[in-house]
Design a binder for this molecule. Structure first.
Ligand code: FAD
Ligand code: UDP
Length: 427
Protein backbone atom coordinates (compact mmCIF):
# COMPACT_ATOMS: atom_id res chain seq x y z
CA UNK A 1 0.00 0.00 0.00
CA UNK A 2 1.28 3.47 -0.77
CA UNK A 3 -0.42 6.59 0.52
CA UNK A 4 -0.25 9.48 -1.94
CA UNK A 5 0.71 12.95 -0.77
CA UNK A 6 -0.14 16.06 -2.85
CA UNK A 7 2.81 15.53 -5.14
CA UNK A 8 1.91 11.91 -5.61
CA UNK A 9 4.81 10.45 -3.67
CA UNK A 10 4.43 7.72 -1.10
CA UNK A 11 3.98 8.89 2.46
CA UNK A 12 1.37 9.97 4.99
CA UNK A 13 -1.94 11.47 3.98
CA UNK A 14 -2.38 15.22 3.87
CA UNK A 15 -5.59 17.16 4.36
CA UNK A 16 -6.76 18.89 1.21
CA UNK A 17 -4.30 16.93 -0.88
CA UNK A 18 -6.52 16.87 -3.88
CA UNK A 19 -7.88 20.40 -3.84
CA UNK A 20 -4.37 21.56 -4.62
CA UNK A 21 -4.21 19.41 -7.73
CA UNK A 22 -4.59 21.58 -10.79
CA UNK A 23 -4.59 18.86 -13.45
CA UNK A 24 -6.19 15.48 -13.82
CA UNK A 25 -3.01 13.98 -15.20
CA UNK A 26 -0.99 14.61 -12.04
CA UNK A 27 -2.64 11.61 -10.46
CA UNK A 28 -2.19 9.36 -13.42
CA UNK A 29 0.50 6.76 -13.00
CA UNK A 30 2.80 5.66 -15.78
CA UNK A 31 0.20 3.78 -17.75
CA UNK A 32 -2.89 5.89 -18.44
CA UNK A 33 -4.52 6.58 -15.07
CA UNK A 34 -6.14 3.97 -12.85
CA UNK A 35 -8.26 1.03 -13.89
CA UNK A 36 -10.43 1.46 -10.80
CA UNK A 37 -11.22 4.28 -8.44
CA UNK A 38 -12.62 2.82 -5.22
CA UNK A 39 -14.40 5.11 -2.78
CA UNK A 40 -14.18 4.01 0.86
CA UNK A 41 -11.33 2.04 2.48
CA UNK A 42 -13.57 -0.07 4.74
CA UNK A 43 -14.12 -3.80 4.26
CA UNK A 44 -16.04 -3.39 1.00
CA UNK A 45 -13.54 -1.09 -0.71
CA UNK A 46 -10.39 -2.73 0.64
CA UNK A 47 -11.38 -6.32 -0.23
CA UNK A 48 -12.18 -5.22 -3.78
CA UNK A 49 -8.95 -3.24 -4.08
CA UNK A 50 -6.96 -6.28 -2.95
CA UNK A 51 -8.76 -8.71 -5.24
CA UNK A 52 -8.57 -6.47 -8.33
CA UNK A 53 -4.86 -5.78 -7.78
CA UNK A 54 -3.83 -9.32 -6.87
CA UNK A 55 -5.97 -11.39 -9.21
CA UNK A 56 -6.46 -9.12 -12.21
CA UNK A 57 -3.33 -6.93 -12.01
CA UNK A 58 -5.55 -3.84 -12.00
CA UNK A 59 -4.22 -0.44 -10.93
CA UNK A 60 -6.42 0.79 -8.12
CA UNK A 61 -6.77 4.14 -6.41
CA UNK A 62 -8.51 3.67 -3.05
CA UNK A 63 -9.72 6.85 -1.36
CA UNK A 64 -11.33 7.63 1.97
CA UNK A 65 -12.54 10.91 3.39
CA UNK A 66 -11.35 9.84 6.82
CA UNK A 67 -7.69 10.03 7.91
CA UNK A 68 -7.36 6.24 8.13
CA UNK A 69 -8.10 2.93 6.41
CA UNK A 70 -10.39 0.14 7.78
CA UNK A 71 -13.65 2.16 7.77
CA UNK A 72 -15.76 1.61 10.85
CA UNK A 73 -13.57 -1.32 11.89
CA UNK A 74 -10.60 1.02 12.47
CA UNK A 75 -8.69 0.32 15.70
CA UNK A 76 -5.58 1.91 17.18
CA UNK A 77 -3.43 1.98 20.28
CA UNK A 78 -4.36 4.89 22.57
CA UNK A 79 -2.11 6.85 24.93
CA UNK A 80 -2.40 4.13 27.58
CA UNK A 81 -1.14 1.56 25.05
CA UNK A 82 -4.54 -0.15 24.82
CA UNK A 83 -5.99 -1.25 21.48
CA UNK A 84 -9.38 0.45 21.10
CA UNK A 85 -12.01 0.68 18.35
CA UNK A 86 -12.74 4.26 17.32
CA UNK A 87 -16.23 3.47 16.07
CA UNK A 88 -17.44 1.13 18.80
CA UNK A 89 -16.90 -2.57 19.46
CA UNK A 90 -16.29 -4.70 16.37
CA UNK A 91 -16.52 -8.39 17.12
CA UNK A 92 -15.73 -10.78 14.28
CA UNK A 93 -18.04 -13.78 13.86
CA UNK A 94 -19.12 -15.76 10.81
CA UNK A 95 -20.36 -19.08 9.47
CA UNK A 96 -18.57 -18.59 6.15
CA UNK A 97 -15.38 -20.59 5.67
CA UNK A 98 -14.82 -18.67 2.45
CA UNK A 99 -14.67 -15.39 4.39
CA UNK A 100 -12.42 -16.86 7.11
CA UNK A 101 -10.05 -18.37 4.55
CA UNK A 102 -9.85 -15.09 2.68
CA UNK A 103 -9.18 -12.88 5.73
CA UNK A 104 -6.73 -15.41 7.18
CA UNK A 105 -4.30 -14.43 4.41
CA UNK A 106 -3.92 -11.08 6.16
CA UNK A 107 -4.18 -11.87 9.84
CA UNK A 108 -3.76 -14.49 12.52
CA UNK A 109 -6.63 -14.79 14.98
CA UNK A 110 -7.20 -14.62 18.71
CA UNK A 111 -10.08 -16.93 19.70
CA UNK A 112 -12.73 -14.87 21.45
CA UNK A 113 -16.38 -15.63 22.22
CA UNK A 114 -18.35 -12.48 22.84
CA UNK A 115 -20.34 -12.20 26.10
CA UNK A 116 -22.77 -9.40 26.87
CA UNK A 117 -24.60 -8.57 30.09
CA UNK A 118 -27.60 -6.27 30.40
CA UNK A 119 -28.20 -3.90 33.29
CA UNK A 120 -31.79 -4.79 34.24
CA UNK A 121 -33.60 -4.52 37.60
CA UNK A 122 -30.38 -3.30 39.27
CA UNK A 123 -28.38 -6.38 38.29
CA UNK A 124 -26.26 -7.64 35.42
CA UNK A 125 -27.84 -10.56 33.58
CA UNK A 126 -26.98 -12.37 30.33
CA UNK A 127 -28.36 -11.09 27.04
CA UNK A 128 -29.40 -12.92 24.79
CA UNK A 129 -32.02 -13.95 27.33
CA UNK A 130 -31.14 -17.49 28.46
CA UNK A 131 -31.84 -19.85 31.33
CA UNK A 132 -29.48 -17.94 33.65
CA UNK A 133 -31.22 -14.64 32.83
CA UNK A 134 -34.58 -16.08 33.88
CA UNK A 135 -33.15 -17.66 37.03
CA UNK A 136 -31.54 -14.38 38.11
CA UNK A 137 -34.49 -12.12 37.31
CA UNK A 138 -37.18 -14.33 38.79
CA UNK A 139 -35.21 -16.12 41.56
CA UNK A 140 -35.97 -19.54 40.06
CA UNK A 141 -34.08 -22.77 39.59
CA UNK A 142 -34.82 -24.07 36.10
CA UNK A 143 -34.04 -26.90 33.72
CA UNK A 144 -33.97 -26.06 30.00
CA UNK A 145 -37.45 -27.63 29.72
CA UNK A 146 -38.69 -25.40 32.57
CA UNK A 147 -37.19 -22.35 30.89
CA UNK A 148 -38.92 -23.22 27.63
CA UNK A 149 -42.26 -23.69 29.39
CA UNK A 150 -41.73 -20.45 31.34
CA UNK A 151 -41.15 -18.43 28.15
CA UNK A 152 -44.08 -20.12 26.43
CA UNK A 153 -46.32 -19.06 29.27
CA UNK A 154 -45.10 -15.45 28.92
CA UNK A 155 -45.08 -15.21 25.09
CA UNK A 156 -47.96 -13.39 23.41
CA UNK A 157 -49.42 -14.92 20.28
CA UNK A 158 -48.66 -12.72 17.25
CA UNK A 159 -50.58 -13.54 14.07
CA UNK A 160 -47.95 -12.21 11.68
CA UNK A 161 -44.44 -11.32 12.80
CA UNK A 162 -43.73 -8.09 10.95
CA UNK A 163 -42.00 -5.68 13.34
CA UNK A 164 -39.18 -5.76 15.87
CA UNK A 165 -41.79 -5.64 18.64
CA UNK A 166 -43.61 -8.69 17.22
CA UNK A 167 -40.41 -10.76 17.22
CA UNK A 168 -39.68 -10.27 20.90
CA UNK A 169 -43.21 -10.19 22.30
CA UNK A 170 -43.96 -13.34 20.30
CA UNK A 171 -40.92 -15.11 21.80
CA UNK A 172 -40.66 -13.92 25.42
CA UNK A 173 -43.72 -11.78 26.17
CA UNK A 174 -44.23 -8.11 26.95
CA UNK A 175 -42.55 -7.97 30.35
CA UNK A 176 -39.14 -9.18 29.15
CA UNK A 177 -39.60 -7.16 25.94
CA UNK A 178 -39.97 -4.02 28.04
CA UNK A 179 -37.03 -4.87 30.29
CA UNK A 180 -34.54 -5.69 27.55
CA UNK A 181 -35.68 -4.40 24.17
CA UNK A 182 -38.16 -1.55 24.18
CA UNK A 183 -35.99 1.13 25.80
CA UNK A 184 -32.74 0.03 24.15
CA UNK A 185 -34.34 0.05 20.71
CA UNK A 186 -36.07 3.40 21.22
CA UNK A 187 -32.73 4.92 22.20
CA UNK A 188 -30.68 3.18 19.54
CA UNK A 189 -32.96 3.95 16.60
CA UNK A 190 -35.06 6.90 17.76
CA UNK A 191 -38.03 4.69 16.84
CA UNK A 192 -40.32 2.34 18.68
CA UNK A 193 -39.65 -1.36 17.92
CA UNK A 194 -43.15 -1.47 16.39
CA UNK A 195 -41.85 0.93 13.71
CA UNK A 196 -38.82 -1.18 12.79
CA UNK A 197 -38.54 -4.22 10.57
CA UNK A 198 -38.43 -7.59 12.34
CA UNK A 199 -34.86 -8.13 11.09
CA UNK A 200 -33.48 -5.72 13.71
CA UNK A 201 -34.35 -7.48 16.97
CA UNK A 202 -34.19 -10.87 15.22
CA UNK A 203 -30.42 -10.41 15.37
CA UNK A 204 -30.63 -11.29 19.06
CA UNK A 205 -31.78 -14.86 19.74
CA UNK A 206 -33.58 -16.27 22.81
CA UNK A 207 -32.14 -19.36 24.50
CA UNK A 208 -33.48 -21.78 27.05
CA UNK A 209 -30.07 -23.28 27.92
CA UNK A 210 -27.08 -21.68 29.66
CA UNK A 211 -25.22 -20.71 26.47
CA UNK A 212 -24.28 -17.10 27.21
CA UNK A 213 -22.41 -16.27 23.99
CA UNK A 214 -23.79 -13.29 22.08
CA UNK A 215 -23.26 -15.05 18.74
CA UNK A 216 -23.81 -18.65 17.73
CA UNK A 217 -21.51 -18.64 14.69
CA UNK A 218 -19.03 -21.42 13.98
CA UNK A 219 -16.07 -18.99 13.79
CA UNK A 220 -15.62 -16.36 16.50
CA UNK A 221 -12.22 -14.67 16.79
CA UNK A 222 -10.55 -11.28 16.74
CA UNK A 223 -7.72 -10.33 14.35
CA UNK A 224 -4.63 -11.01 16.49
CA UNK A 225 -3.01 -7.61 15.91
CA UNK A 226 -6.23 -5.72 15.29
CA UNK A 227 -8.30 -4.76 12.26
CA UNK A 228 -6.12 -1.90 11.06
CA UNK A 229 -3.07 -4.18 10.83
CA UNK A 230 -5.15 -6.67 8.87
CA UNK A 231 -6.19 -3.93 6.44
CA UNK A 232 -2.58 -2.74 6.08
CA UNK A 233 -1.60 -6.26 5.06
CA UNK A 234 -4.54 -6.46 2.66
CA UNK A 235 -3.62 -3.21 0.93
CA UNK A 236 0.13 -3.88 0.78
CA UNK A 237 0.32 -4.27 -2.98
CA UNK A 238 2.27 -2.20 -5.52
CA UNK A 239 -0.84 -1.72 -7.67
CA UNK A 240 -2.84 -0.14 -4.84
CA UNK A 241 -2.50 3.54 -4.02
CA UNK A 242 -4.33 4.87 -0.99
CA UNK A 243 -5.37 8.49 -0.53
CA UNK A 244 -6.79 9.49 2.82
CA UNK A 245 -8.56 12.72 3.86
CA UNK A 246 -9.96 12.68 0.36
CA UNK A 247 -13.62 13.00 -0.49
CA UNK A 248 -14.90 11.58 -3.74
CA UNK A 249 -16.17 15.04 -4.72
CA UNK A 250 -12.61 16.35 -4.55
CA UNK A 251 -11.22 13.87 -7.04
CA UNK A 252 -14.10 12.78 -9.25
CA UNK A 253 -13.01 15.05 -12.09
CA UNK A 254 -9.32 15.17 -11.16
CA UNK A 255 -8.37 11.55 -11.53
CA UNK A 256 -8.30 9.36 -14.60
CA UNK A 257 -9.97 6.03 -14.08
CA UNK A 258 -12.00 3.57 -16.10
CA UNK A 259 -14.40 2.23 -13.51
CA UNK A 260 -15.76 3.35 -10.20
CA UNK A 261 -16.62 1.28 -7.13
CA UNK A 262 -18.49 3.26 -4.49
CA UNK A 263 -18.94 2.16 -0.88
CA UNK A 264 -20.21 5.49 0.49
CA UNK A 265 -23.91 6.29 1.00
CA UNK A 266 -25.77 5.64 -2.24
CA UNK A 267 -28.16 8.59 -1.78
CA UNK A 268 -25.20 10.97 -1.44
CA UNK A 269 -23.71 9.70 -4.72
CA UNK A 270 -26.93 10.65 -6.50
CA UNK A 271 -27.14 14.05 -4.77
CA UNK A 272 -30.13 12.95 -2.68
CA UNK A 273 -32.28 13.06 -5.82
CA UNK A 274 -35.18 11.22 -4.19
CA UNK A 275 -34.55 12.60 -0.69
CA UNK A 276 -32.26 11.41 2.11
CA UNK A 277 -32.07 7.77 3.05
CA UNK A 278 -32.23 7.68 6.84
CA UNK A 279 -29.09 6.48 8.65
CA UNK A 280 -28.75 6.34 12.41
CA UNK A 281 -25.64 7.81 13.97
CA UNK A 282 -23.76 7.50 17.26
CA UNK A 283 -21.51 9.64 19.40
CA UNK A 284 -18.67 7.71 21.03
CA UNK A 285 -17.21 8.73 24.40
CA UNK A 286 -13.81 7.09 24.81
CA UNK A 287 -12.42 7.00 28.31
CA UNK A 288 -9.44 5.45 30.12
CA UNK A 289 -9.87 4.87 33.83
CA UNK A 290 -7.29 4.35 36.56
CA UNK A 291 -8.33 0.84 37.44
CA UNK A 292 -7.35 -2.53 36.08
CA UNK A 293 -10.85 -3.80 35.33
CA UNK A 294 -14.18 -2.04 34.93
CA UNK A 295 -16.88 -4.63 34.12
CA UNK A 296 -17.05 -8.44 34.01
CA UNK A 297 -17.48 -8.77 30.22
CA UNK A 298 -16.56 -6.80 27.09
CA UNK A 299 -19.99 -5.20 26.66
CA UNK A 300 -22.68 -4.20 29.13
CA UNK A 301 -26.00 -3.05 27.65
CA UNK A 302 -28.17 -0.41 29.34
CA UNK A 303 -31.73 -0.84 28.06
CA UNK A 304 -33.29 1.76 30.38
CA UNK A 305 -34.37 5.01 28.75
CA UNK A 306 -33.22 6.81 31.91
CA UNK A 307 -29.60 6.20 30.84
CA UNK A 308 -28.54 8.16 27.75
CA UNK A 309 -26.05 5.61 26.40
CA UNK A 310 -26.90 2.14 25.08
CA UNK A 311 -23.78 0.20 26.01
CA UNK A 312 -20.29 0.36 27.48
CA UNK A 313 -17.41 -1.58 25.97
CA UNK A 314 -14.23 -2.53 27.83
CA UNK A 315 -11.63 -3.50 25.23
CA UNK A 316 -9.27 -5.59 27.37
CA UNK A 317 -11.76 -8.45 27.18
CA UNK A 318 -11.38 -8.50 23.39
CA UNK A 319 -7.62 -8.27 23.28
CA UNK A 320 -6.41 -9.96 26.47
CA UNK A 321 -4.07 -6.99 27.06
CA UNK A 322 -2.64 -6.58 30.55
CA UNK A 323 -2.39 -2.99 31.77
CA UNK A 324 -2.91 -1.18 35.08
CA UNK A 325 -5.52 1.02 33.35
CA UNK A 326 -8.52 0.10 31.22
CA UNK A 327 -10.20 1.78 28.23
CA UNK A 328 -13.93 2.09 27.66
CA UNK A 329 -16.33 3.39 25.04
CA UNK A 330 -19.83 4.69 25.77
CA UNK A 331 -22.25 4.81 22.81
CA UNK A 332 -24.81 7.61 22.59
CA UNK A 333 -27.27 7.22 19.71
CA UNK A 334 -27.78 10.33 17.58
CA UNK A 335 -29.91 11.50 14.67
CA UNK A 336 -27.08 13.48 13.06
CA UNK A 337 -23.47 12.63 12.41
CA UNK A 338 -21.64 9.92 10.46
CA UNK A 339 -24.05 7.43 8.85
CA UNK A 340 -23.51 4.21 10.84
CA UNK A 341 -26.73 2.25 10.56
CA UNK A 342 -29.17 1.95 7.64
CA UNK A 343 -32.62 1.97 9.25
CA UNK A 344 -34.56 -1.19 8.31
CA UNK A 345 -38.22 -0.31 7.77
CA UNK A 346 -40.50 -0.68 4.75
CA UNK A 347 -40.60 2.98 3.66
CA UNK A 348 -36.79 3.16 3.69
CA UNK A 349 -36.50 -0.06 1.70
CA UNK A 350 -38.84 1.49 -0.87
CA UNK A 351 -36.77 4.67 -1.10
CA UNK A 352 -33.61 2.58 -1.42
CA UNK A 353 -35.16 0.65 -4.32
CA UNK A 354 -35.47 3.95 -6.23
CA UNK A 355 -31.76 4.60 -5.75
CA UNK A 356 -31.01 1.00 -6.66
CA UNK A 357 -32.87 1.47 -9.95
CA UNK A 358 -30.74 4.55 -10.64
CA UNK A 359 -27.63 2.54 -9.79
CA UNK A 360 -28.70 -0.21 -12.20
CA UNK A 361 -28.97 2.45 -14.91
CA UNK A 362 -25.42 3.67 -14.15
CA UNK A 363 -23.33 0.76 -15.43
CA UNK A 364 -19.85 2.22 -14.93
CA UNK A 365 -20.40 2.60 -11.19
CA UNK A 366 -20.78 -0.33 -8.82
CA UNK A 367 -22.25 0.18 -5.36
CA UNK A 368 -21.16 -2.05 -2.51
CA UNK A 369 -21.02 -2.25 1.29
CA UNK A 370 -23.27 -1.30 4.16
CA UNK A 371 -23.81 2.27 2.93
CA UNK A 372 -23.62 1.61 -0.81
CA UNK A 373 -26.32 -1.07 -0.71
CA UNK A 374 -28.18 0.24 2.36
CA UNK A 375 -28.02 -3.04 4.27
CA UNK A 376 -27.57 -3.64 7.98
CA UNK A 377 -24.64 -5.95 7.28
CA UNK A 378 -22.04 -7.34 9.65
CA UNK A 379 -18.39 -7.31 8.63
CA UNK A 380 -18.38 -10.88 7.35
CA UNK A 381 -21.44 -10.19 5.21
CA UNK A 382 -19.71 -7.18 3.64
CA UNK A 383 -16.62 -9.31 2.91
CA UNK A 384 -18.88 -11.99 1.39
CA UNK A 385 -20.68 -9.39 -0.69
CA UNK A 386 -17.38 -7.90 -1.92
CA UNK A 387 -15.97 -11.34 -2.83
CA UNK A 388 -19.15 -12.20 -4.75
CA UNK A 389 -19.00 -8.86 -6.56
CA UNK A 390 -15.36 -9.50 -7.42
CA UNK A 391 -16.31 -12.83 -9.02
CA UNK A 392 -18.81 -11.02 -11.25
CA UNK A 393 -16.25 -8.35 -12.17
CA UNK A 394 -13.68 -11.05 -12.93
CA UNK A 395 -16.08 -12.81 -15.28
CA UNK A 396 -16.95 -9.56 -17.05
CA UNK A 397 -13.29 -8.52 -17.30
CA UNK A 398 -12.38 -11.92 -18.71
CA UNK A 399 -15.17 -11.89 -21.25
CA UNK A 400 -14.33 -8.26 -22.15
CA UNK A 401 -10.67 -9.13 -22.63
CA UNK A 402 -11.73 -12.23 -24.55
CA UNK A 403 -13.81 -9.99 -26.81
CA UNK A 404 -10.93 -7.53 -27.10
CA UNK A 405 -8.57 -10.39 -28.02
CA UNK A 406 -11.06 -11.64 -30.56
CA UNK A 407 -11.42 -8.12 -31.97
CA UNK A 408 -7.62 -7.76 -32.16
CA UNK A 409 -7.16 -11.07 -33.90
CA UNK A 410 -10.04 -10.19 -36.22
CA UNK A 411 -8.31 -6.88 -36.96
CA UNK A 412 -5.08 -8.78 -37.63
CA UNK A 413 -6.90 -11.15 -39.96
CA UNK A 414 -8.58 -8.22 -41.68
CA UNK A 415 -5.24 -6.42 -41.92
CA UNK A 416 -3.63 -9.48 -43.45
CA UNK A 417 -6.52 -9.87 -45.83
CA UNK A 418 -6.26 -6.20 -46.78
CA UNK A 419 -2.47 -6.45 -47.16
CA UNK A 420 -2.83 -9.57 -49.26
CA UNK A 421 -5.53 -7.90 -51.27
CA UNK A 422 -3.30 -4.85 -51.75
CA UNK A 423 -0.42 -7.10 -52.69
CA UNK A 424 -2.69 -9.02 -55.03
CA UNK A 425 -3.82 -5.75 -56.59
CA UNK A 426 -0.19 -4.76 -57.16
CA UNK A 427 0.75 -8.13 -58.66
P1 FAD B 1 -17.56 1.37 6.16
O1 FAD B 1 -16.72 0.65 7.15
O2 FAD B 1 -18.55 2.38 6.67
O3 FAD B 1 -16.60 2.06 5.12
C1 FAD B 1 -17.03 3.02 4.19
C2 FAD B 1 -15.94 4.07 4.08
O4 FAD B 1 -16.28 4.94 3.00
C3 FAD B 1 -15.81 4.95 5.31
O5 FAD B 1 -14.51 4.83 5.85
C4 FAD B 1 -16.11 6.35 4.81
O6 FAD B 1 -15.30 7.34 5.39
C5 FAD B 1 -15.84 6.22 3.33
N1 FAD B 1 -16.60 7.16 2.51
C6 FAD B 1 -17.94 7.31 2.46
N2 FAD B 1 -18.28 8.25 1.57
C7 FAD B 1 -17.13 8.71 1.06
C8 FAD B 1 -16.83 9.72 0.08
N3 FAD B 1 -17.79 10.42 -0.53
N4 FAD B 1 -15.53 9.94 -0.23
C9 FAD B 1 -14.55 9.24 0.40
N5 FAD B 1 -14.78 8.28 1.31
C10 FAD B 1 -16.05 8.02 1.64
N6 FAD B 1 -19.99 -5.79 12.35
C11 FAD B 1 -19.64 -6.99 12.87
O7 FAD B 1 -19.48 -7.96 12.11
N7 FAD B 1 -19.44 -7.16 14.22
C12 FAD B 1 -19.58 -6.13 15.10
O8 FAD B 1 -19.39 -6.31 16.30
C13 FAD B 1 -19.94 -4.85 14.59
N8 FAD B 1 -20.10 -3.82 15.44
C14 FAD B 1 -20.43 -2.60 14.94
C15 FAD B 1 -20.56 -1.54 15.83
C16 FAD B 1 -20.89 -0.29 15.36
C17 FAD B 1 -21.04 0.85 16.33
C18 FAD B 1 -21.11 -0.08 13.97
C19 FAD B 1 -21.48 1.28 13.44
C20 FAD B 1 -20.99 -1.13 13.07
C21 FAD B 1 -20.65 -2.41 13.54
N9 FAD B 1 -20.48 -3.48 12.68
C22 FAD B 1 -20.14 -4.72 13.18
C23 FAD B 1 -20.71 -3.36 11.23
C24 FAD B 1 -19.42 -3.05 10.46
O9 FAD B 1 -18.91 -1.81 10.89
C25 FAD B 1 -19.74 -2.99 8.98
O10 FAD B 1 -20.34 -4.19 8.54
C26 FAD B 1 -18.52 -2.77 8.10
O11 FAD B 1 -17.57 -1.94 8.68
C27 FAD B 1 -18.99 -2.18 6.79
O12 FAD B 1 -17.92 -2.01 5.90
P2 FAD B 1 -18.11 -1.05 4.64
O13 FAD B 1 -16.85 -1.08 3.90
O14 FAD B 1 -19.37 -1.39 3.94
O15 FAD B 1 -18.42 0.39 5.26
N1 UDP C 1 -31.36 -4.91 21.20
C1 UDP C 1 -32.05 -4.53 22.33
N2 UDP C 1 -31.51 -4.79 23.55
C2 UDP C 1 -30.31 -5.38 23.70
C3 UDP C 1 -29.60 -5.76 22.55
C4 UDP C 1 -30.15 -5.49 21.31
O1 UDP C 1 -33.13 -3.96 22.23
O2 UDP C 1 -29.86 -5.57 24.83
C5 UDP C 1 -31.98 -4.64 19.88
C6 UDP C 1 -31.70 -3.21 19.42
O3 UDP C 1 -32.77 -2.77 18.63
C7 UDP C 1 -30.46 -3.39 18.59
C8 UDP C 1 -30.77 -4.70 17.88
O4 UDP C 1 -31.44 -5.48 18.89
O5 UDP C 1 -30.27 -2.33 17.71
C9 UDP C 1 -29.60 -5.44 17.33
O6 UDP C 1 -28.64 -5.64 18.35
P1 UDP C 1 -27.09 -5.80 18.00
O7 UDP C 1 -26.39 -6.08 19.27
O8 UDP C 1 -26.95 -6.76 16.90
O9 UDP C 1 -26.73 -4.32 17.49
P2 UDP C 1 -25.37 -3.72 16.87
O10 UDP C 1 -24.23 -4.45 17.51
O11 UDP C 1 -25.47 -3.91 15.39
O12 UDP C 1 -25.44 -2.29 17.27
Amino acid sequence: MRALTPNGTAGGAAKGAVVAMPKRTRFANTRSGFDYLIVGAGFAGSVLAERLATELDKRVLLIDRRPHIAGNAYDHYNDAGLLIHRYGPHIFHTNSTQVVNYLSRFTKWRPYEHKVLAHVDEQLVPIPINLTTLEKLYGLKLTPEDAEAFLKSKAEPVAEIRTSEDVVVGAVGRELYEKFFRGYTRKQWGLDPSELDKSVTSRVPTRTNTDDRYFGDSFQSMPLHGYTRMFENMLDHPNIKVMLNTDFEEVRTEVQYDKLIYSGPIDEYFDFRFGKLPYRSLQFRHETVEQENFQPVAVVNYPSEDVAYTRITEYKHLTGQVNPRTSLTYEYPAADGDPYYPVPRPENAELYRKYQALADATPDVTFVGRLGTYRYYNMDQVVGQALALFKRIEETEKSESGLARAARSMARVNGTVRAEAAQGAGD
